[in-house]
Design a binder for this molecule. Structure first.
Ligand code: ATP
Ligand code: MG
Length: 208
């Protein structure tokens, strides 16, 4: 992995399984990019996600291509294969350590997550070290009690001295699980995700 020749001050990292990517992911990445003046957001499809390693996850080639299609119209979005280059379980700490080497030491990394993911932060590998290397921005997500999310964030701030901010965004009750179920049942997925991704799913007979 080569060192970046460009110097950035703030970069957003959007990790996910993206199976498939949908408007929930795209909206939070774009809103947080604007709100926090991030120069770009790097979407990083997970290789083998630790919390989903026992589930059946779609081939990384498809998840990478769908993420590329979905982000292509935004000049501030890019997609990284960093977690797809190894067939081991991908841990966020290893990805962030690699990115720290690629970018200038002063570049601040902001890890973007949904509120459901941030509540699980203490199950992530090397969480203490991870919180020293990046800040977190958690977007609210329908289905979660705000008081629970606030309590969890406070707990991690105290326990790890973590920098975690919460942002309230327009609620999008969209999930990849629901999209996969809809395809399986022959229901419409139109307007839940970019049209290019919708066509990609049908063309490659995913989730049937
Ligand atoms: P699945 O149902 O398969 O778990 P998902 O929709 O949760 O899929 P992931 O790829 O697991 O998507 O999510 C990646 C990140 O995006 C996580 O941090 C998750 O919390 C966040 N996220 C996904 N959908 C939304 C949404 N509708 N609103 C806010 N955050 C979201
Ligand atoms: Mg999820």
């Amino acid at each position: 992995m080569n060192k970046s020749s460009e110097k950035y001050s703030k970069i957003g990292i959007m990790g996910g399984t993206f199976d498939p990517i949908h408007y929930g992911h795209l909206v939070i990445a774009e809103q947080i990019r604007c709100e926090y003046n991030l120069e770009k957001v790097i979407f990083i499809p997970a290789g083998i996600p630790p919390h989903k390693s026992n589930l059946c996850v779609t081939d990384s080639k498809h998840r990478y291509l769908m993420t590329l299609l979905a982000t292509i119209t935004n000049p501030h979005f890019e997609v990284s294969k960093i977690e797809l280059e190894s067939n081991k379980i991908s841990y966020t700490i290893h990805t962030i350590e690699k990115l720290k080497k690629i970018y200038h030491e002063d570049t601040e990394l902001y890890f973007i997550t949904g509120a459901d993911a941030i509540c699980e932060l203490d199950t992530w590998k090397d969480v203490k070290r991870l919180t020293q290397l990046c800040q977190f921005i958690a977007a609210t997500r329908p289905g979660l009690k705000l008081s629970h999310v606030d309590a969890k964030i406070k707990e991690f701030q105290n326990k790890y001295n973590a920098l975690i901010r919460k942002i309230n965004l327009p609620a999008l009750a969209i999930s990849s699980t629901d999209i996969r179920n809809r395809v399986k049942e022959g229901q419409s997925i139109k307007y839940l995700l970019p049209e290019s991704v919708e066509y990609y799913i049908y063309k490659n007979k995913l989730y049937e």
